[in-house]
Design a protein around this ligand. Structure first.
Ligand SMILES: [Zn+2]
Length: 162
């Protein structure tokens, strides 16, 4: 799975970052704008004079510019780079699916459509898949083209055995 983020603007004047896997995150405090802009390639002192050596006191302020000035520049940079995609330096915690989510969706549909009553194998499978999906935040109610294709394959083979 890819692990990149794309910069987007939320319609409320904040920034939104979208992870490749569909998760998103709103960055709504300007305290984070400089860090966010740096993630997308901005460098705080790029436009300071050459004598500027960057912040030395742990903040974003430098000899040439105040933190406010830097934040404003960061914001200009972000506004000009909506749509840019970079590797995620850690905004999102990686979710690793021990199993392909489309396979889980397919198994859910299989168990749901083919189980033969509350005491059947299929029903036990249904419960197990549901629990698994919940634990791994897999939306099993939505089908994808891949999950549909997988479903048809496994239904042809196991549909009457549940
Ligand atoms: Zn500077």
């Amino acid at each position: 799975m890819k692990n990149s983020i794309t910069l987007d603007d939320s319609s409320f004047g904040f920034y939104l970052i979208l992870h490749d896997d569909g998760r998103d995150l709103i960055i709504e405090s300007d305290a984070y704008y400089c860090g966010l802009a740096m993630t997308f390639g901005w460098s705080p002192c790029a436009k300071c004079r050459r004598s500027c050596k960057g912040a030395s006191d742990g903040t974003i302020s430098c000899d040439r510019r105040t933190a406010e000035k830097h934040i404003a520049t960061a914001q200009e940079y972000l506004d000009a780079h909506i749509g840019k995609r970079v590797a995620d330096p850690g905004y999102f915690k990686l979710i690793s699916y021990p199993c392909n989510p489309d396979l889980i969706r397919a198994l859910y549909t299989l168990a749901y459509e083919h189980h033969s009553g509350q005491w059947s194998r299929g029903y036990r499978l249904l419960c197990r898949v549901k629990r698994y999906a919940k634990r791994h935040q897999i939306d099993i109610d939505s089908e994808t083209r891949t999950s549909r294709r997988l479903y048809m394959k496994i239904a042809a083979r196991y549909g009457d055995k549940l």
